[in-house]
Design a protein. Structure first.
Length: 335
């Protein structure tokens, strides 16, 4: 058994793909290079057509070639590539898996919504207590919300009694995300009130089912991860440019976040382009993400006394990507 390993993780979602190269030891995860992210919109049309479009596959392959170039500079003990919501739903996912393997030498691992939730929880909670800018000490149990392009995971755990603090307990994967909700409902620019109302009904139905499984009322601290949540948090905090140092680990007032969610939801794409914290690849779908985040903040606040009393959530840049690298590194350390 070795005392440290160097691993790479790739998180391929519905809207973006990310790479993290890190050293993993018994103390945790130590990045060796800045995280890389490309917006590829792999899930373009998957909700409707149940298959990857040729242009979406090419965008994914282009990003993988960029990642391969970066990996050439490191000697890694292994690479883990996980694919999530869009790949779970695509009939031609085998084409995607073979294409990625030919470029990176590793076959994508299509993980379930449950495993996605568990890894997101691990990644977020592994750094939660060391978050330098949270104004209060986070209290367990923790709820992590990972709001992606195709799915949104809710997971509660970390009571520290029967299991390690970074291990998930109850979880639920909702088949809604910023890309899906935009493609299903928010088709006008800006969206009409009727489209917004239909989207809210859709999102609330999913939240109703999630709340039957996840013990929201017991939650002590709410943590939001993913590009949508951190982007909306940056806007709520008044950032004029996206700056991870001003967002990661920060307690964001729920009322402030909800006001920002509503403003962005009702904007046209042209108006959103004037907001520098929004990545250009999110401009057309950030409204769908803002709507989902807004509904979750309202519903969680109503159901959870601790969140209602505290009036804030913690924004985190650490989620699925950190979790998959940490989990993979640990498995190699103990093999």
């Amino acid at each position: 058994m070795t005392d440290q390993v160097t691993v790479a993780g790739v998180d391929c979602g519905t809207n973006s793909i990310r790479l993290l190269i890190a050293r993993v030891d018994e103390q945790g995860l130590h990045p060796l290079a800045p995280r890389s992210m490309e917006v590829i919109r792999l899930g373009e049309g998957v909700d409707r057509n149940h298959r990857f479009a040729d242009q979406a596959l090419e965008r994914a392959y282009r990003a993988c070639r960029l990642f391969a170039d970066q990996l050439d500079s490191y000697k890694v003990d292994g690479i883990r590539f996980v694919a999530t919501s869009a790949t779970r739903d695509a009939a031609n996912r085998n084409d995607f898996e073979e294409g990625v393997q030919s470029i990176l030498g590793v076959r994508p691992e299509v993980i379930s919504g449950t495993e996605e939730a568990e890894l997101s929880f691990l990644g977020a909670i592994s750094v939660l207590e060391s978050a330098p800018r949270a104004t209060t000490t986070p209290k367990a149990p923790y709820m992590v919300v990972d709001l992606g392009g195709g799915s949104t995971e809710l997971v509660v755990g970390g009571d520290g009694n029967q299991s390690p603090v970074d291990r998930a307990g109850s979880s639920y994967s909702m088949n809604i995300g910023s890309v899906r909700i935009t493609e299903r409902h928010l088709l006008a620019d800006p969206p009409t009130q009727d489209q917004i109302d239909q989207a809210v009904e859709d999102v609330d139905r999913h939240i109703d089912r999630a709340f039957e499984t996840v013990p929201v009322a017991e939650v002590g601290t709410l943590v939001g991860v993913s590009g949508t949540v951190t982007t909306m948090s940056a806007l709520a905090l008044g950032c004029t440019e996206y700056d991870s140092r001003r967002v990661d680990g920060v307690a964001v007032p729920v009322s402030q976040a909800r006001q920002t969610n509503q403003e962005v939801l009702h904007m046209s794409r042209r108006e959103r382009r004037g907001l520098s914290p929004i990545h250009p690849g999110r401009i057309d779908v950030i409204g769908g993400g803002a709507l989902i985040w807004d509904r979750l903040l309202e519903r969680i606040s109503q159901a959870c006394p601790a969140v209602q009393a505290g009036g804030a959530y913690i924004a985190s840049e650490h989620g699925l990507l950190d979790g998959l690298v940490l989990d993979y590194g640990r498995s190699l350390l103990h093999s």
